[in-house]
Design a protein around this ligand. Sequence first.
Ligand code: UTP
Length: 222
Amino acid sequence: MKVVISLGGIFFVDAAHIKAVAAVLEELANSHTIYVVTGGGQPAREYIAIARELGANEAVCDYIGIMATRLNAKLLISALHNACPEPLADYKEVAEVTAKGVIAVLGGVSPGYTTDAVAAILAEYVNAELLLSVTSVDGVYDADPNVYPNAKKYERLTPKELLSIVMKEELKAGSRIVIDPIAAKIIERSGTKTIVIDGSNPRNISDAVIGKHSGTEINSTQ
Ligand code: UTP
């Protein structure tokens, strides 16, 4: 199975966690084709905030965010034994890498969206069977659960429902959204089965690949 994994930037602050994620990815790569897209996390947001204060426009801030996502991609590559040596910068480069049985690792690609959208576009491009969005929350809620403790988690959503939930969000460089609206739009047009899960335990990633998860599943055939 072709599996694209969007790995939130929050998971790149501690070497032990990166190692544990890398071990799970390598295990998965024995029986699946694995593509990973890394987020930029707090460093991306901090650099973007400084750039904005200096007068940089949103597109310039996006490029700064992309650099941070690529740094995290390089960290993940450092922990993997069978990955491409550098983060890939173009969707069209992945086939050459995965044909050799190697894990494809990408950071950001171009301004205007986040690595969720990169992962969604990549999943569409390679006809992936599954897109996993690995975040710090355990699914999609009707409001930010960190701010609203009574927020309701969705177990299942259609791509259309997901789109109507995330469309209200602002798409500025560095903004915090569980899935960005561009990603949701791509998921809607491609119909890629998508699962949003909590990545604090890396085992959740391999469990989700075999259908065991307590996150939110986005599927047009439900
Ligand atoms: P992230 O993908 O890290 O944003 O990109 P995120 O969704 O907040 O993910 P986490 O929190 O790391 O999990 C960081 C910023 O980099 C720019 C955007 O400004 C984004 O907000 N970016 C990233 C792009 O412009 N294009 C890309 O392809 C990727």
